[in-house]
Structure formats: C-alpha cells, structure tokens
Design a protein around this ligand. Structure first.
Ligand code: MLT
Ligand code: MN
Ligand code: ZN
Length: 295
C-alpha cells in the first residue's frame, strides 16, 4: 500500500489567506514549508488511486503529483474519493472534480446528506459520480486490492452547520476514521477526533501505521495566539500535548505514527522547535505535502 500526503495542513492551509501568525508569515517568506489542506492519496498498486478527503487545494495537489495525472485524453487514475466529514476542507475539492470523469464517492449516509443538502454538489453528475453510502464498521473496496472500513470517532457536525449549541463528542456518522488494508498491511487515517476513548485505542491495536489529527499543539493555542476564540476541543480536535492529549493517549501503540491535519498556528510545524523534538521522541513524524508512506 502506498499513501501520499496531498495536504498536511488543517482547514485554511499554511499560510492561511488572512493569518499573520509567525508560522503563516514564515511560510510566506519561504522560511517554513507551505502546506495545502487536508488530503491523502492512497493506492494498492501505484496505478489506481483513491483520494481521502477532497480539499479546496485539490487541483494544485493533483498537479503536483504526477501519479495522479491523466494517462489519456479525458482520463484519471483516481478511482474513488472518500470523505471523512462534511467540513469545507474535506468536501470543497469535490467541486473541482466536476468535469464528467467517473469515480465513486464514498461516505456515510450522514455525510452524503450534507452533500445532498447543498445543491452546488449536484454539479457532480449523478450518472458519472456514484454516491456510495457506506455503513459504519462494514468493509468495502476503495478500488481493486484496497479495502477500507469507516468507524465513528468523537466529533461534531460540520462547522458551517453548527447551531446555537454544539455537541463536540458526537459519535456517529458525522465524523469517521478510516481503516485501510491491502491484505498485507493496515493503516488508519483519522484527521479529526475530539478525544480518544478506550474502544478507539483497542481498535487501533492492529495498525501498522496511524495518521492522526494533529490540529493543535494545545487546547488554548488559538486563544493564546490571538487567532481565535475557541479551544481545540470545541472545534472537535484533541490537542497533541498534555495529559489527555493524543501523544499520551496513543503512546502504547506499536504502529508508526504521523500527525496530519495540522493547523497553521501549531508550533510542531517548526522543524527546529522543541515541540517537533518532543513528538519525535514520542515516536511521531509530522506530515508534509508529498510525504510518501509505503507499507
Ligand atoms: C476543522 O477541521 O475544524 C474544520 O476544517 C474547520 C473549518 O471548516 O474551517
Ligand atoms: Mn478540518
Ligand atoms: Zn497562521
């Protein structure tokens, strides 16, 4: 199995258009590697590919990866697209895939409802793009030789659908993780997760590789940096650090581990920083665009 990180950043990207934080300014100045928004490409054989989350940057992300280029006139090696929640960073790229080339679009019924509630997604022609509703905990083929299974992780409804009150520990069809298997190796992809319950830990015990939500270093990061008014948990993202953070919660896993979906404010972007050294000591790598993971 081959996994290519198309976008390592969370919604907004690095740099984000309206952000003057130190990371965004350094990325603009070329002192820090820029990053597109949250997406992976995955393949069993290196020729057919599935896109996990369609980011607003997908056109450039596909342009940057020759394996995703057409092999003929009006063609694509992309067999399918899967979305793990209905947030804009994971669905807006679907609109860039509207040009009449067939693919399967996999998501839970709950996430398909979000797409169906927004008529702009009707631009994906129904006779070309099959809307495949996937039940939780039920394996299916993303493409020949690559199986996936969706499972609920704690999360919430998409940001643009939040009401007055928000349940940030919702466990259902709105936020899912993905188990990937080619029959030899197993990888898990969980770009959004509000906390790590014990049953999730148990589930991950067969992972060869885990790609996990690295949105924020600590819960108050956006408040402290003056870039936002919400905690990470309020946004549906467990912090990396701290006693209840993902580093501590996932420390017993034998899998290789990669942080992905990283917010632009996160100090872990900085290769020479103390936070990067700390995650490395705990056995984690930090994703960047173009990172290849071969299992
Ligand atoms: C998130 O992961 O919290 C979302 O991508 C937020 C957003 O839509 O900007
Ligand atoms: Mn996101
Ligand atoms: Zn920023």
């Amino acid at each position: 199995m081959k996994i290519v990180v198309l976008g390592a950043a969370a919604g907004g990207g690095l740099p984000q258009w309206n952000c003057g934080c130190v990371n965004c300014n350094d990325a603009r100045a070329g002192r820090l590697r820029s990053s597109g928004q949250s997406s992976l490409a995955v393949s069993a054989d290196g020729s057919r590919w599935s896109i996990l989350n369609a980011s607003p940057d997908i056109r450039q992300q596909m342009q940057d990866r020759p394996v995703l280029h057409p092999q003929g006139l009006r063609d694509s090696p992309v067999a399918s697209v899967l979305v793990t929640n209905g947030d804009i960073d994971h669905i807006a790229g679907l609109l860039s895939l509207r040009e009449q080339t067939p693919f399967d679009l996999f998501a839970t019924a709950g996430i398909h409802e979000v797409l169906e509630g927004n008529r702009i997604f009707d631009a994906l022609a129904r006779d070309k793009v099959a809307r495949c509703r996937v039940a939780l905990d039920t394996p299916f083929a993303l493409h020949d030789g690559l199986d996936a299974m969706l499972f609920a992780v704690p999360g919430k409804v998409p940001l643009f659908m939040e009401g007055e009150t928000v349940d940030t520990g919702l466990i259902g069809e709105q936020t899912v993780g993905v188990r990937l298997s080619d029959g030899r190796s197993t990888a898990y992809y969980i770009p959004g997760c509000a906390h790590v319950p014990d049953d999730l830990l148990d589930r991950l015990s067969d992972a060869d590789h885990l790609l996990f939500d690295g949105t924020l270093w600590d819960d108050d990061e956006m408040i402290r940096s003056g870039t936002g008014i919400k905690t990470g948990r309020r946004m549906g993202h467990i912090p990396i650090s701290g006693p209840d953070g993902s580093m501590v919660r996932l420390t017993g896993l034998a899998a290789n581990k990669t942080y992905i979906h990283i917010n632009n404010t996160n100090p872990v972007w900085r290769e020479d920083g103390a936070e990067r050294a700390e995650v490395a000591r705990q056995g984690w790598q930090v994703a960047h665009d173009g990172l290849e993971i071969v299992l």
